[in-house]
Ligand binder design. Sequence first.
Ligand SMILES: NC(=O)c1ccc[n+]([C@@H]2O[C@H](COP(=O)([O-])OP(=O)(O)OC[C@H]3O[C@@H](n4cnc5c(N)ncnc54)[C@H](O)[C@@H]3O)[C@@H](O)[C@H]2O)c1
Length: 448
Amino acid sequence: MRVTVLGAGRVGLTTALSLAYSGHEVTCIDKREDVLDSIRRGQPTFYEPGVAELLGQTNVQFSYPLTPESASARVLMVAVGTPPLADGRADLSAVESVASDVASLLPDGGNTVFTIKSTVPPGTSRWIQNLIDDSLAANNAKVTVAANPEFLRGSSSLMDTLCPDRIVLGTSDAASKATLLELYQPIVDQRFVFPAEITRPNRSRPVPVVTTTPLNAELIKYVSNAFLAARLSFVNEIAGLAERVGGDITQVMYGVGLDPRIGSSYLAAGVGWGGPCFGKDTSALLRLAEDNDYDMPVLQSTIAVNQRQRRAVVEKLERTLGTLQGKTVGLLGLAYKANTGEVHDSPALAVASGLTAAGARVRGYDPMAEAAAKRWYPHVDIEYSRSALEAAHDCDAVMVMCEWQEFKELPLPQLASVMKGKALLDAKNVLDRRSVEQSGLTYLGMGR
Ligand SMILES: NC(=O)c1ccc[n+]([C@@H]2O[C@H](COP(=O)([O-])OP(=O)(O)OC[C@H]3O[C@@H](n4cnc5c(N)ncnc54)[C@H](O)[C@@H]3O)[C@@H](O)[C@H]2O)c1
């Protein structure tokens, strides 16, 4: 099937590669020349296992701008960004812009499914459909808007698009539904040899497909992120209590998670959630509720608890050291989670700001995220180091902010020997307290 993907960011590129790998003829459009140049050189603009390899194995055409030919593909996949506006609402200008491009370029008689993969507030598909219908009034072309939200995780995008845990198709139009089911059939059936670079996850086959209205599909995406964020905020709230009464949150949640009604994933306490999606999507959902005169206290608390958790980490270190004024703190991990170079809304960078505001000097090290941290957070005052040991050198305290494998395997006696002080704050609960203490350091965890 001929498909045009709009946007070549994390979602657009992995979607384009996965659809091409599963047998479709894919063109991918992005307005940023630097993004296209880098991809054409075989270098994706983000770190992700397997993406560079699949670029070499598939035949996606990368170009700009959209043309009448690329606009009249059977399916258009919209994967442009929907970043937060200052008031927390989603900025839909890129979606609106590609919609008007399609409406103006689609030739007479053209027929395409404008499939919104970007995360958009419930009601957006209906709004875009009206917008396109108005522009097409004088043209004998047909565009049906469908919602097809993306659920990939930032550190395993390709694995999640090639073998998703579900596919959600939101359309009330029978022909569009049939087209999208045909598009996804190879992925639903897992009808291909999985790329050697990626491990196929152990997920149900065939991949479950949810067919519903566009509005329900849009809600499914927002609710999934809000639910996961709420779950983590609840665990972090309990972690604070466990700490005060002498409990260990890791053992508590292990016991809680064995209940099949609860399940064991997304129960880890720590510095809280972050990244490019949870913060912006929970805020956008809250604003949508406000616009509809509806109060969402659980969602409000989910966000508030997460902000408090970031402050709590800084306060914990301040209590331990007496003061942060004039202290040197090494931050190990700047990305919002391991196996990604993504720093947007990273708790580590919020903590770095909190530390410097309290008078500390911050050294930082991340195996992948240094360039992104410098680019997106130039105002956060961090002295960058080339290794964990270099960052820890002469530090009064070291904080492990991210669950990178190399931090789980830190050479603790060596770390202790290069540090000036003794405090090791494990903000993701990834270290073994006994090993830390045996190396002569003081262990500080989250809720344990
Ligand atoms: N990153 C994730 O983990 C993730 C997961 C699920 C859903 N999403 C959602 O998917 C969407 C895309 O996310 P992303 O992380 O890929 O964003 P991104 O910002 O990395 O990429 C978006 C791309 O769209 C391009 N673009 C913008 N306007 C354009 C236009 N008019 N024509 C052509 N190209 C245009 C930009 O140049 C950019 O390269 C967002 O709505 C996001 O919330 C993201």
